[in-house]
Every structure is written in C-alpha cells, then in structure tokens.
Design a protein around this ligand. Sequence first.
Ligand code: PLP
Length: 373
Amino acid sequence: MIYADNAATTKISSNVLNAMLPALTEEYGNPSAIYDFGGRAKRMIELARGRVAGAIGARSREIYFTSGGTESINWAIKGAASTCRMKNKNHIIATTIEHNATINSLEFLQRQRFDVTFLDAGDNGIIDPAKLREAIRSDTGLVSIMYANNEIGTIQPIFELGEICREFDLLFHTDAVQAVCEIEIDLGKLPVDLLSISGHKIHAAKGVGALYIRDGVEIDKFIDGGNQERGYRAGTENTAAIAGLGVAMQDVVEGRQNKIYVKKIRDRFLEGVLRIGNVRIHGDKEQRLANNANIGFDGIDGEFVVLALNRYGICCSTGAACSAGAVETSRIIKSLGYNSKKAKEAIRFSFSEENTIDEIDYILEKLKEIIKK
Ligand code: PLP
C-alpha cells in the first residue's frame, strides 16, 4: 500500500504507541482517584499537558484535553459565542473554507440568532486581512479562521489576522488541526486566544485533541459532569491517548525539519503531474502546506481517479466530505471560483516523511496510465 492521505489521518508513531501502552495495560487507574495508582495516571496526563503546551509556547494551565479537533472547535466557537452574547456581541466572522466542524457549529449558532459573516478566500484560498477589517462591526465578538486548510493546504496570515482582532478587542480562534505538524506556533507571540489541535493528524491516536485557551480568556464550559479538566470538560480522561498526544506534540517540533524532504517529494509529484498535462493545481502555489497537492484533471472525475488508484493500493482522496458512501462536491474548491463539475475533478494527495521517491514515481506512473486511458 502507498499511503498519500495524511491530511485524512496518520499512522500512530512508535514513540506515541510506547507512551500509550502503559496506560492501556498496567496503569489503568482512574486519574481522579486519590490513591497512588490513580495519581500515576494523573501524572501521565499532566506530563502530556506540559508537552503539548511546550510545543506551542503555551502554559500548561492553558491546555485542555478533548476528544479531538471537532470537539475542540465546537467548544471554542460555542463557548466563546456564549460569553460574547453576555456582552451583546452577536456577530461572528469566519471564512467559507473552514472545516465542517466550524461551519456546522456556526450554523448551530445562526439558529440561536447569531449573525455570521463568511469571508471569501478568493481564487487562491488565502484570506485577505483587509476583508476581515471591513467585516468587523460594533457587535462583532468572535473571529474563527483556520490556520491551514485541510483540502488545499493554504496557510492563512494568522499573525496579521490576529493583530486585527487584538486591535478591535475580538476573541480569535484558529483551527490549527492541519497546521501544527508543519508550522512553528509560539503562542507567546501569536495573537490567538483559542487554538484547536487533533491527535490523529500528527501520528497520535484518533479521538483525542486539545484546546488552548489563553489565560484570562473566558469561554463557557462545554461538557457538564465531574471536575476533570478543571471542571471545564468533564468525563474520565482518555489517559493513554492523552499520553500519546503529549509525545506526538513533542515529536512534531523536531519533525518539522522533515518538511524540507516532504516539500521535495511533493514538488517532484507536482512536476510529474504537470507533465501529464490538462491539469490544474488548486490553491496558492507558495503559501501552502508542504505535504499538500490538490489537483484536478480537466474533464476527469476525481472520484473515478481515486478509485482507480485504489486498485493499485494507492490511498488518496477527493478531499471532500464523504457521507453515506457518496462524495459531496467540494465546498472548498467551489469557493475558489470553480463550478460543481470542476469541483468534482479535485483529487488531494497529502504526503508524509514516510513516502519515498519511488512511491511518488509509482503514483505518477499509475496516474498517467489512468488519465491517458
Ligand atoms: N479541522 C480540520 C482542518 C481538519 O482537517 C479536521 C479533520 O479532518 C478537523 C478539524 C476535525 O478533527 P477530528 O477528526 O480530530 O475531529
């Protein structure tokens, strides 16, 4: 098998697995228990909290563990909206290219009579900070803009966007689920109040994530119950997955150096794709994640190509959400200005440091065969 769908999920690394195993076997104590056996589990969680914080320049107390990116985003947006409403700030700004976790959270808030402005990302998939400035109103309370896009890999100017939010005293959340593996994040300097992370995109387990909440920022708690996560996110902690997330975040800091190699193989792939011809690359060519290549062959259905590559053991995706086996037309590609037919042509390859040059060449060979046929 050749795995080129790392934006969908990643393989658990051996470091992560080794960190998880004790909690899955001998160290199964409840972290809330007051005896030593529980205390050891609690210590694993606190060690992981420190590691996550350290990797993004945050303080341990600013990190809250969740069940993944979707939960972190739901909490950040709905929790912040709730405190904004108390100040009569019922307007939220986001973008048209956010993940469904954000879009659907905002649609929920629209039903609660919040007003949401979705900024257009233009034909290159990058938000122009001037558009954010223009959209701000006297009742704006929250801005949520993703750091890097999951389909086309475009990277937003988060520092500049955050500075504008600071200027107008707005809460600023960023979905950094796809960004942390490649972009250095220092929350000591980055003007962001809330930041979402997911484990399974960075070689940790599925079903674990974290939300960074800047000291002093007040958002409503999300899950009621016990006193876990300082009472803000109740429920007995997934100790093993959390321990793994801590190690994954630590490894991410060193792993970012692999970006040069990943970019090299991605660029080799794109050069090969351009040689096949009748193809376009979606999203900005420079301001994008090094591992992402989102392409479309003129007149050829993306799903057809993905399934044809699957026959050769190659895993890639159309990049769009899949519901009940049916691939939806990509909202992201459409927001770049393409019609539904063109949006259906999109294919996303997302590489990792584990992909070899031989694998890239094999994908290109099979891609050429399929397209020429
Ligand atoms: N945000 C982005 C940009 C994503 O790519 C994903 C996962 O596809 C999510 C949020 C949701 O994360 P999770 O799968 O951990 O719920």
